[in-house]
Design a protein around this ligand. Structure first.
Ligand SMILES: C[S@@+](CC[C@H](N)C(=O)[O-])C[C@H]1O[C@@H](n2cnc3c(N)ncnc32)[C@H](O)[C@@H]1O
Length: 248
């Protein structure tokens, strides 16, 4: 009787040890599967962000409807010019005298590599800088003009970036911009708010719902000129703000 009880205790202990080992092995397998799924997801997102997104941005930015905006905005730049979020360099051919030196800043090496081809036929020197608008690698009061075209939507810390732009602008310098952003109609703006979290994930961090004039005013800019309106296309992404601002 005692022997049997001891035997059953022993086998119960063995069973429990086996169950623990089995559970640990299963947990390790789950962890490995989870890690593998995460790694796959990361590498899919990595491939998308590193290879596909720059091509999509490059293509969408070459849209012919945007050319008149580039002509007006980049074409009005003077002196030393900083193009914030220069991307694949679509503004570069539109810089004309009196712009005399262009600095193109962007965090994406792949977009900067594409921009390089646009610098070749330029009469004025063009310097492409890899970096972020939240920490502009240029001296205080060193730029006459800042150009920002469809970039304010994508900068993660846009308030910080606008203050950096103020820092590098000379007294009397101008920020020339064209951006898409928050629509004035509450119905459209509601959809912009709803879709923003999804859109952001697949568009390289582009926000649909930023109110550009308020952001400029909050960062200490005085808006000298502002024109707003829709271009043809889905209303959530086609309400444009175009204008000029100076540090207050
Ligand atoms: C829609 S593209 C516009 C590109 C270009 N300005 C044009 O008009 O063709 C947005 C650009 O913002 C850039 N960007 C994103 N975050 C940024 C940041 N923190 N600082 C500067 N540029 C940024 C992206 O790399 C991309 O080139």
């Amino acid at each position: 009787m005692r022997l049997r009880r001891t035997g059953s205790k022993l086998s119960a202990r063995r069973h429990s040890r086996q169950r623990n080992e089995h559970d640990r092995a299963k947990a390790a397998q789950c962890w490995l599967r989870g890690a593998e799924a995460y790694r796959k997801h990361r590498s899919i997102m990595g491939i998308y962000e590193e290879w596909i997104l720059p091509v999509l941005i490059g293509l969408s930015m070459r849209n012919r409807r945007l050319r008149p905006y580039r002509q007006r905005v980049a074409g009005a730049a003077e002196g030393r010019v900083l193009d914030v979020g220069v991307g694949s360099g679509c503004n570069i051919p539109f810089y004309v005298q009196p712009a005399r030196e262009i600095f193109g800043l962007d965090p994406s090496p792949r977009l900067l590599a594409r921009a390089q081809s646009n610098t070749q036929r330029m009469q004025v020197p063009v310097h492409l800088l890899e970096g972020s608008a939240e920490c502009i690698p240029l001296a205080d009061s060193s730029m006459d003009t800042i150009v920002m075209t469809w970039t304010g939507c994508s900068i993660p810390e846009v308030g910080t970036a606008l203050m950096e732009m103020r820092r590098v602008l000379k007294i009397g310098g101008r920020l020339l911009f064209v951006e898409h952003g928050r629509a004035p109609e509450p119905g459209v703006a509601r959809w912009q708010d709803r879709l923003d979290p999804f859109w952001m994930r697949f568009s390289g961090g582009c926000h649909l719902n930023r109110k550009i004039d308020d952001l400029l005013a909050d960062a200490g800019f005085r808006i000298d000129r502002l024109e707003t309106g829709y271009i043809p296309g889905p209303r959530i992404m086609t309400f444009f703000y175009e204008g000029a601002a100076r540090p207050r």
